[in-house]
Design a protein around this ligand. Structure first.
Ligand code: MOS
Length: 694
């Protein structure tokens, strides 16, 4: 149990976030959003805005500098007159104060030639197509055996369609950038990002610079949930504005503008067909997904990929179809793909359990597999069954009456549900340095990001353990692209990937300090460290390329108990337990927070979160936390996450899998299955709001 190293700085306000860095002569930007859903900009009238005292400049397609790389349409800010979705940035005002900039932004008059936007995802949309790949590089479709035929001949069948709505990432800290051009033509960005190195590389490309000329600082980040995994137009806006006015510029995306400009989870329509024999053994598994992207850029989410991983069954098919709508480009939101995909699969498994008359825990155990069903690869470790058993035991599942809608306490209908979780254990190549200082302390450097996960602390713990040093003798520097290059805090791959580089650097430093003797520990003033210090570096690319082929995934089981008010349809999650198998847990304290944080987001997905598209205006209607509901403390009662021991030698030197995302995977299905158990009503369209239960 190790507290966050930066915890005191955060709670005392000393930790600096991007917008808070003090710089001389700073100006503020405010953005103007398109108020048509599709069309062309006819003219931009900036006269009134420019007349306002304190306004320094207005940028739009009529005067913006040309960018060097416009291949990512979302980042090609003000480069064309085309409006691709409502809410797209079409102009920006730079002012002496934030208030001036915001007022002036309202005075900018943009005239459009508007067209009717097409914003509705539907399974008969003529524009649906099969993408070349789904993210990050999976085949769009897979097929084995005779799925249709086998399904038709199955003794027990479930053929159901689920929908999940668009959902918006809402980190506490909005996307924010402080951009500063330096005398030598280089650029410094204080940016709220999940990856300093990747922002540096991307923004360098956009402005025609070398990545070494773009320094990105992100010491502290107030959440991201995937929305800060890649730079947004807001970063380009800040940098462009700073260059235009020759002063540092700050731009924070207001909450209201985040809903159009910083990413969201695609809505999905998913047809699930499961066929089983009388004992519940799956013979046919078919998962067909429909989802959206924008006209700006393709984002094809990998929704059905967990179905390729989870259960046995000789006859199987997964498909993804995508349609380009006049909407903002969807992006990553916590466990993109796995989250909606496992909602559908794990809800369908519950329906199959009922159809087959088999306990839903037992049904999953019966369909466990020791090879990844579609690839045939052995799992590096797979402890789904252990999670299900341990969870059933702790939750008190034994003796559960499967009959729906029969437990009542006054007005409340009570039910319990279970669902499985999975998330890939990704690893990405990274670099790190470890340095022994003459005073007996150590400095470890890597451009990793701590977005609130506890990554900084976990990396310091890995370093201390590898160096056999005390934690308070280890200094860790992260969150700056001038440090050794690191991959993004995403795909639950951070601690495993960065940690391996840190481990290797520390291991190598220890080797040199011990003169190759290894083994023994060393202490302050042992005389082995030269006055200038001693440094070791590591690069894990070769190590990762040389790994054996295994299917590497974390697994879990989630149990929920709900009460549904029979009169109002209001659902409360009374109890929730997640049991996970994710390799070695580095820091139990922050790991538990990650897991229950994910589960909490799953409660939101099940019961509250929904971005509502106004098909007339072509825009999401909710644009703040009063309209976009996420769980508050009162919505989260008895919640706990635990893990089973799992030793996996095929992962990395720590033996750790990722834990940032698996907590949300399956959580919504566990709640939905509990709601069905409570009420007998199967809601297949998230979120499960009161009207759907009345
Ligand atoms: Mo996560 S949605 O991969 O940042």
């Amino acid at each position: 149990m190790t507290d966050r190293l930066e915890g005191r700085d955060k709670v005392t306000g000393r930790a600096r976030y991007a917008f808070e860095y003090p710089v001389e002569d700073v100006a503020y930007a405010s953005a103007v959003q398109a108020d048509v859903g599709r069309g062309e900009i006819r003219s931009v009238d900036t006269e009134a805005a420019l007349r306002l005292p304190g306004v320094i400049a207005v940028l739009s397609c009529e005067n913006a500098p040309r960018l060097a790389d416009t291949s990512d349409g979302e980042l090609a800010l003000f480069q064309s007159r085309t409006v691709s979705y409502r809410g797209q940035f079409v102009a920006a005002v730079v002012g002496e104060t934030l208030e001036t900039a915001r007022e002036a932004a309202r005075l900018v008059r943009v005239e459009y030639a508007a067209e009717e936007p097409d914003v509705t995802l539907r399974t008969d949309h003529p524009g649906l197509y099969k993408p070349e790949k789904v993210n990050p590089a999976f085949p769009a479709d897979t097929e084995q055996g005779e799925p249709e035929d086998a399904f038709g001949h199955s003794a027990v069948r479930v053929d159901v369609t689920y929908t999940t709505p668009a959902e918006h990432n809402n980190p506490m800290e909005p996307h924010a950038t402080l951009a500063q051009w330096n005398g030598d033509g280089s650029l410094t960005l204080y940016d709220s990002t999940q990856g300093a190195s990747s922002v540096s590389a991307t923004i360098a490309g956009v402005f025609g610079l070398d990545p070494s000329e773009v320094r990105v600082v992100a010491h502290h980040v107030g959440g991201g949930f995937g929305s800060k995994g890649t730079p947004r137009p807001s970063v380009v806006l800040a940098a462009m504005a700073a260059r235009a006015v020759g002063r540092p510029v700050k731009f924070a995306v207001p909450r209201q503008q985040m809903f159009a400009t910083t990413g969201y989870r695609t809505p999905t329509i998913q047809r699930m067909r499961l066929g089983a024999d009388h004992d519940g053994r799956l013979t046919a598994v078919l998962h067909d997904v429909f989802e959206q992207t924008s006209t700006v850029r393709e984002f094809a989410e990998q929704t059905a990929t967990p179905t390729r991983v989870m259960y046995r069954g000789a006859n199987r098919r997964t498909t993804h179809r995508v349609v380009r709508l006049d909407v903002p480009t969807p992006s990553w939101m916590r466990a993109p793909g796995e989250t909606p995909g496992m909602y559908a699969l794990e809800s369908a498994m519950d329906e199959l359990a009922i159809a087959a008359g088999i306990d839903p825990v037992e049904l999953r155990v019966r369909n466990d597999t020791d090879r990844e069903p579609e690839s045939g690869l052995p799992f590096s470790s797979r402890n789904l069954v252990a999670c299900l058993r341990e969870g059933a035991d702790r939750f008190g599942w034994e003796g559960r009456d499967p009959a729906p809608g029969v437990r009542r306490e006054g007005r409340k209908l009570i039910g319990t549900g279970v669902a499985a979780s999975t998330y890939p254990a990704y690893m990405r190549p990274n670099k790190a340095t470890a340095r022994a200082e003459p005073d007996g302390t150590f400095t470890v450097r890597i451009a990793a990001a701590d977005i609130g996960t506890g990554a900084r602390t976990a990396l310091a713990m890995i370093a201390a353990e590898t160096l056999k040093a005390d934690l308070d003798h280890v200094r860790i520097e992260i969150g700056d692209s001038s440090l050794p290059r690191a991959t993004v805090a995403g795909g639950s791959a951070g601690t495993a990937s960065w940690g391996t580089a840190v481990y290797r650097a520390c291991e190598s430093l220890r080797g040199s300090l011990n003169g190759g003797r290894g083994g023994s520990s060393f202490h302050t003033g042992n005389g082995e460290v030269p006055p200038e210090g001693l440094e070791a570096t590591a690069d894990t690319s070769a190590e990762l390329k040389a790994r054996d082929e295994y299917a590497r995934h974390a697994f879990g089981a989630q149990f929920a108990e709900v009460e549904v008010d029979a009169d109002t349809g209001e659902t409360r999650v009374r109890r929730m337990l997640g049991v996970f198998a994710a390799g070695r847990i580095i820091n139990p304290k922050t790991a538990r927070s990650q897991l229950i944080g994910g589960m909490t987001m799953g409660i939101g997905m099940a019961l509250m979160e929904e971005s509502v598209m106004d098909t007339g205006f072509g825009d999401y209607l909710n644009r703040d936390l009063a309209q976009y509901h996420v769980p508050a403390c009162a919505d989260v009662r008895d919640i706990d996450a635990v893990w089973v021991e799992e030793s996996d030698p095929h992962l990395n030197p720590m033996g750790a899998k990722g834990i940032g995302e698996i907590g949300i995977v399956g959580a919504a299905a566990a709640v939905g299955n509990a709601v069905h158990h409570a009420t007998g009503i199967r809601v297949r369209d998230l979120p499960i709001t009161p009207p759907k239960l009345l």
